[in-house]
Design a binder for this molecule. Structure first.
Ligand code: ADP
Ligand code: MG
Length: 552
């Protein structure tokens, strides 16, 4: 086993770094000790060094399983530029190129060999002729159908441990939820692996969520004080990436679209120009960014709501890898939620997708520190509010909402958790409509118990209760409201509930309506829009929560 001095001098000589980042040194040592390892580290945390450095000091070669051809090529080019012998094999190469690599392997002229999981089987006989000292599985979450970019070929990797039982294995990913982690260990047959969990907190990234109306205008404003800063705008559809790139070009920005439908060469060119700063903005689908090593991305915008928090966190994680302050902005619109719900119901594993979308939405709707929500999603708890998200910077004022919460929760209980938000509000307000009367809800004890609170305020309060975990929406059961573990605390243990103060919002509204009395209906519509935004801003919440309106 190499000593610490040798390890550090190799780090300096080949990678140019004076010291390790958190966990890297422990991981490297664990490999030299022959253990299997699972590494969960955020994007940009420095996972590659964890296997690239041992590869230089171990006797045999390091086999690296990597999911994308483009990713492999970048990594190998980077290593070669540092004077490290590395190669990749994949389906894009011809026979001659492959033979050349095989020969080098047999001559021990290669330290790291990158392969796609699909190519492993035809390398099989070769692998028995060479000494393999380490197997690294990068982007290991691809093995899990629970994860967000499942790759069927990854599931074959389970045989590696039985084929090379004495070779240490290291699985690396930025996806940290517990289910994925367990799935990785089980499928790779490394349930005894040492687990390394890095902190996911990226303090230099500011977090902001805004209602998704007039997004292009908002983006142009956002860019006003960032005339040359590199950034990425993630969109749900290919069409949107192109539309946006065009609009931004029209405003004088150097912007390009990037998605899987663009020819490969053109895509590679966009990526390269972005990396060397000749393109400022890339408007992209999630196809862009995996493995892109660009340290000075200053901002990331999500034009649409992402499908889940893992994806969102990975994408914003592409900003500020150099540790300097960087901005992230998420646009939240009701229309996106509807769209994503449709996607989720047509894809496999519907329930999981819905649950994940639900968490994403709760994050966007949150009235408390967003970083806390993000990190707790990854199992990490922070004590203090972060001070670097929009909620912390502009907190809403709160009222004692315990009685409001008790009324809402006991109504949900009495209608046996069988109704969506609208009917629950109708019961609370004593409405006399068909659903209520047909189902006999006028006979339950809390019927009409809170008609003093307007319909809209009720909606807002219930959404707040959902965000605080006191109620859940069962998206897969027609959006019925369900009680949670926390509900019991409110109903039976007198837990105090804090809700954002809506009365203050009411006052602002009245004022604005008075001012807009004498204008034409069109202008009035615009004014109303503006008013919603102001109200939402005041409360620090998405506007559609105040007026349930898909046009926002
Ligand atoms: P990940 O795979 O976790 O997303 P990478 O391995 O691509 O991250 O590393 C991200 C960036 O951090 C790269 O630019 C890399 O050069 C840099 N980096 C990694 N380790 C160190 C270190 N010990 N000191 C300084 N920079 C480092
Ligand atoms: Mg990586």
């Amino acid at each position: 086993m190499p000593d610490q001095k040798q390890i550090l001098s190799t780090l300096k000589e080949y990678f140019g770094y004076d010291s390790f980042r958190p966990l890297q040194e422990d991981i490297v040592n664990s490999i030299f000790n022959g253990y299997d390892n699972v590494v969960i580290m955020p994007t940009g945390g420095g996972k590659s060094i964890c296997y690239q450095l041992p590869a230089l000091l171990l006797p045999g070669i390091t086999l690296v399983i990597s999911p994308l051809i483009a990713l492999m090529k970048d990594q190998v080019d980077g290593l070669k530029a540092n004077g490290i012998q590395a190669a990749f094999v994949n389906s894009s190469q011809n026979e001659n190129e492959q033979q050349e690599i095989y020969q080098k392997l047999l001559n021990k002229d290669i330290r790291l060999l990158y392969v796609a999981p699909e190519s492993l089987s035809f390398l099989d006989s070769l692998l028995s002729q060479i000494e393999i000292s380490l197997i690294a599985i990068d982007e290991a979450h691809c093995i899990s159908s629970w994860g967000h970019d499942f790759r069927p070929a990854y599931t074959q990797l389970g045989y590696l441990k039985s084929r090379f039982p004495d070779t240490p294995l290291i699985a690396l990913t930025a996806t940290a939820d517990k289910a994925t982690r367990q799935d990785i260990c089980q499928q790779l047959n490394i349930t005894n692996a040492t687990q390394f969990l890095a902190s996911f907190d990226r303090k230099n990234l500011s977090l902001e969520v805004r209602p998704g109306n007039k997004r292009i205008e908002q983006i142009i404003n956002f860019l006003e004080n960032k005339p040359n800063d590199s950034g990425i705008i993630y969109c749900l559809s290919r069409k949107t990436t192109e539309m946006l790139a065009e609009k931004l070009q029209g405003q004088g920005f150097i912007a390009e679209a990037y998605h899987a439908g663009i020819p490969h060469e053109k895509r590679a060119k966009v990526q390269e120009s972005f990396i060397n700063d000749s393109v400022q903005i890339v408007c992209a689908t999630i196809a862009f960014g995996m493995g892109i090593d660009k340290s000075n991305v200053r901002w990331v915008i999500h034009y649409n709501l992402p499908k889940n928090i893992e994806g969102y966190y990975q994408e914003i994680g592409r900003a500020g890898r150099d540790g300097l302050p960087s901005a992230t902005l998420l646009f939240h619109s009701y229309a996106d939620v509807v769209q994503l719900q449709k996607f989720a119901t047509t894809s496999g594993n519907q329930e999981v997708q819905m649950a994940k979308l639900d968490r994403m939405k709760q994050y966007a709707d949150s009235l408390s520190c967003r970083r806390k929500i993000l990190l707790s999603y990854f199992g990490e708890l922070i004590e203090e509010d972060c001070g670097n998200c929009d909620v912390c910077k502009n907190p809403p004022s709160f009222i004692d909402g315990t009685i409001i919460a008790q009324k809402a929760l006991s109504t949900v209980a009495r209608i046996k958790e069988e109704e969506p938000i609208g009917t629950v509000i109708d019961v609370l307000r004593g409405a006399q409509n068909a659903i209520v009367l047909d189902k006999g809800y006028q006979r339950i004890k809390t019927y009409g118990i809170a008609s003093d609170i307007s319909w809209r305020d009720w909606q807002q309060y219930i959404i707040q209760l959902i965000n605080q975990g006191y109620i859940e929406i069962a998206f897969h059961l027609n959006n019925k409201l369900k009680l949670t573990k926390l509900s019991k605390k409110v109903l039976f243990e007198n837990e105090k509930v804090h809700l954002a103060n809506l009365t203050e919002l009411e006052k602002i509204k009245e004022k604005t309506v008075l001012q807009t009395k004498k204008v034409s209906s069109n202008t009035l519509f615009d004014k109303l829009r503006e008013l919603r935004l102001n109200l939402a801003k005041e409360a620090g919440i998405p506007a559609y929560q105040i007026f349930n309106d898909a046009t926002l």
